[in-house]
Write a protein that binds this ligand. Structure first.
Ligand SMILES: [Cu+2]
Length: 151
């Protein structure tokens, strides 16, 4: 009986996570920018899947990082952003689709990431975003990111 109850609760939780958020309030998410010279530089998480209308704050946990949208990796009509070095930047994501971003000084070291905004028309810019070329280590990191997104 307990097992069955746990299963029902589990599926309800799964539904709540994957199901409609039509009546949900927009959520705020945080992506940390970490790493010091000589070490790994990264966004954490580097893949974030959110609902349309949610906000993401890119927050520097270590100095010398920034976050800006990567050219060619925005849905049609979506606005890009450009955060300053060492400052947090908060972005509201209103249009479904794939948003690539990077750290200005550390893009070629592989400091890049992806926001996936679920909703109608989400995949419209997927092929274009995947076709963007990246410098240095970013190319390899993007290969991993596209494998991990499984879309
Ligand atoms: Cu950086």
């Amino acid at each position: 009986m307990l097992d069955r109850r746990a299963a029902i609760l589990g599926s309800a939780a799964a539904f709540a996570l994957s199901g409609s958020r039509l009546f949900a309030q927009p959520q705020g998410h945080v992506v940390e920018m970490t790493g010091r010279p000589g070490g790994d530089m990264s966004f954490s998480p580097r893949i974030l899947r959110i609902a349309s209308g949610d906000t993401v704050t890119f927050r520097p946990a270590d100095p010398s990082h920034s976050c800006l949208s990567t050219p060619g990796m925005l849905p049609e009509g979506a606005e890009g952003w450009r955060g300053s070095i060492g400052k947090p930047v908060t972005v509201t994501f209103d249009k479904p689709g794939f948003y690539g971003f990077h750290c200005l000084p550390h893009r070629s070291l592989g400091m890049v990431g992806l926001v996936i905004v679920d909703g109608s028309g989400r995949d419209a810019n997927l092929a274009a975003a995947k076709a963007v070329k990246h410098p240095g280590k970013a190319a390899g990191v993007w290969k991993e990111i596209w494998l991990e997104t499984e879309v």
